[in-house]
Design a protein around this ligand. Structure first.
Ligand code: HAM
Length: 420
């Protein structure tokens, strides 16, 4: 059998220490903000029936037509690794009748999602999101809450160099007419065949074309935001007014195109300038027809997905960290077998008191063991040898101030707890 080393699949990041601590801290900070706003956790399946995404996300999207990890299970059913979370949340809400209770249903989720994209910096095939969905009430105040919550999530980890882009994609009363108007405009242009086909299937996406010549040709294209129905316009103006009241800054980007088909009315994206091409650190919007599309009631919803991987890259770009890089607070160094046996108990007592603690294993000698304390980022080293053991004391070294004191074994936990 070949003994070649095996690497992680292409485009799939490993989060190893110390970055893994940053990863957890960012994810938990986002989830914490969601909980503060009354969102409850929902644990979703990592794979679903393929039809859910085809119907929910839209057959014409890249996500569904090109990027899904779809496989046949051993029972011959078509299953797909979730490329996003909104469709799964909606499926669970309908299946468990959550929409028959108090509205809006406010749910929070996090975890890995899978898209077979071309890997590059910040674009992964296994990506991590924290998301929220507020389902069942079509109230612009809820749009403002969701957007302000995303903004707060990013601020809570110290990010500064991002902006919020906002637009309205209209509703069923104005979007079909606008679509026709846009197509009329696009069909007059000398577009290449593929772009023309895109204009037929999803004309909005042509406005998002990054090629200079297409940009020039579509510079005067009609924009949805100028063709909103009175109701959709009023909804959008209320949202922006509330964001102004909340002090959440935004820019209107009428050419914003999201990669998923379910969006209506308010749509938004958070963009970070330090990330290069993959600058979207989070996005979301309202989705009027999704629940009915999936066999549920005619209820609207709004939500977001924040990219944890990209938030981490954005932190790195801003040279910020959210953790102090330490693995433990206290690190035990025991010389000799009786001291080691006593240290095992001491470390256990520290952990029981909620203090992060570890100790040196193997026969490393004092110098090597002290290096271990340093590497662990410990604030305190506890040194225990025959002499200390005899006196029932521990040498407590503060690795920050370099002060040391002899502390009785009985009072060690208290002494450390007081100084942390
Ligand atoms: P999305 O814009 O497709 O929206 O993804 C949300 C965020 O996930 C993006 O802004 C980005 O930060 C991150 N992301 C997406 N793809 C990748 C990738 N290949 N590598 C790294 N990060 C990525 C959604 O998924 C919607 N479900 C959000 C939503 C919730 N809308 C309403 N409710």
């Amino acid at each position: 059998m070949s003994k070649d080393k095996i690497s992680a699949p292409k485009g799939v990041p490993d989060y190893i220490p110390p970055v893994s601590a940053e990863f957890i801290a960012v994810r938990d900070a986002f989830a914490h903000q969601a909980r503060l706003a009354g969102y409850e956790h929902i644990e979703l399946p990592v794979f679903e029936e393929t039809a859910l995404f085809a119907r929910g996300v839209g057959e014409s999207t890249d996500v569904v037509s090109k990027e899904m990890y779809t496989f046949e299970d051993r029972g011959g059913r078509s299953a797909t690794l979730r490329p996003e979370g909104t469709a799964g949340v909606m499926r669970a809400v309908i299946e468990h009748n959550l929409d028959r209770g108090q509205l809006p249903v406010k749910l929070n989720y996090y975890g890995p999602f899978f898209r077979y994209e071309r890997p590059q910096a910040g674009r992964y095939r296994q990506l991590q999101q924290v998301g929220v969905e507020a389902i069942g009430v079509d109230d612009p105040a809820l749009d403002a809450e969701v957007i302000a919550l995303a903004d707060r999530c990013f601020r809570s980890i110290g990010l500064k160099g991002f902006r919020l882009e906002l637009t309205s994609l209209g509703d069923h009363t104005c979007r079909p007419q606008y679509r026709e108007k846009l197509q009329e405009f696009l069909f007059k242009l000398p577009l290449d065949e593929e772009t023309r086909r895109r204009a037929e299937i999803n004309p909005l996406r042509v406005l998002d074309d990054k090629r200079e010549e297409v940009r020039e040709m579509t510079a005067d294209a009609p924009l949805m935001i100028d063709h909103l129905s009175d109701q959709a316009r009023e909804h959008f103006e209320t949202v922006t007014g509330l964001l102004d009241d909340l002090g959440v800054q935004y820019v209107i980007n009428p050419r914003m195109v999201r990669g998923l088909d379910y969006y209506t009315k308010t749509t938004f994206e958070f963009v970070h300038d330090g990330l290069g091409a993959q600058s979207g650190i989070g996005g979301g919007g309202r989705y009027d027809g999704l629940m009915a599309q999936l066999g549920g009631q005619e209820l609207s919803g709004i939500g977001f997905g924040l990219g944890v991987d990209r938030a981490l890259l954005a932190l790195q770009a801003e040279q910020r960290t959210v953790t102090d890089g330490s693995r433990v607070d206290a690190f035990g160094v025991a010389m000799g077998a009786p001291a080691k046996a006593a240290m095992v108990k001491l470390i256990d007592a520290l952990r029981a008191a909620g203090i992060r603690a570890d100790m040196s294993y193997g026969d490393r000698g004092l110098k090597g063991a002290m290096k271990g304390a340093d590497r662990a980022g410990a604030r305190f080293a506890l040194v225990l040898g025959d002499r200390e053991l005899e006196q029932q004391t521990v040498m407590l070294k503060d690795l920050r101030s370099h002060e040391q004191q002899e502390v009785s074994i009985d009072s060690l936990v208290r002494t450390i707890a007081e100084q942390l």
